[in-house]
Design a protein around this ligand. Structure first.
Ligand code: CUA
Length: 188
């Protein structure tokens, strides 16, 4: 204590030096890093809340061991809500999709629900932005409007065992006139 008082008596410092100096080059990098963070945050905010681009979340929870006993999962497939609007229920299991084919008229909006009774799978529809992780016990949901006639394969894109590579199905988007929207034929 006596030491510190003696120091302050003897050395009055007119100009205090900063304890460290940031080089101009280093400062520029810090500015760029901060600008990138702000930029990315803005992109995420705008895409998520203004453009509606969201990661698919758990829409609903189900019991993986019993959900196939009750509707709609006891008969997965398409349900017509109204002309041009469908709900699709797809079960992803080792190692297939049920159903393996969904046929909708061009221009249809489809709410796609997918869940799994066994392992974690993936559900990606080729050439669309439909891309979901399928977790047992959770129902993943995305809505997509199929505006182009054609075949859009869906695949499992999370490795789930020896049959993973064969886990495929497809959405057939057809001209409105050639669609039979009733499910009776597909249920056989
Ligand atoms: Cu299911 Cu990979």
């Amino acid at each position: 204590m006596s030491e510190s008082s003696s120091v302050s008596n003897e050395t009055p410092l007119p100009e205090e030096e900063p304890s460290f100096v940031i080089d101009a080059y280093e400062r520029r990098w810090m500015q760029v890093s901060a600008a990138l963070l702000v930029g990315f945050l803005a992109v995420v905010t705008i895409s998520g809340f203004m453009m509606g681009i969201q990661v698919s979340g758990a829409e609903q929870e189900v019991d993986p061991s019993t959900f196939t006993d009750a509707e709609p999962w006891s008969s997965p497939g398409l349900r017509e809500v109204e002309p041009g609007y469908y709900k699709a229920y797809v079960i992803a299991r080792t190692w297939s999709f049920e159903p393996a084919k969904l046929e909708v008229p061009v221009g249809s909006k489809v709410d796609i629900y997918v869940t799994s009774p066994d392992l974690q799978h993936g559900f990606k529809i080729t050439d669309t932005n439909v891309n979901m992780q399928i977790v047992p016990g959770q129902v993943s949901k995305l809505t997509y409007t199929f505006d182009t006639v054609g075949t859009f394969p869906y695949i499992c894109h999370e490795y789930c065992g020896k049959g993973h590579a064969g886990m495929v199905g497809k959405v057939e988007v057809v001209n409105a006139s050639s669609t039979d929207t009733s499910q009776s034929e597909d249920d056989s």
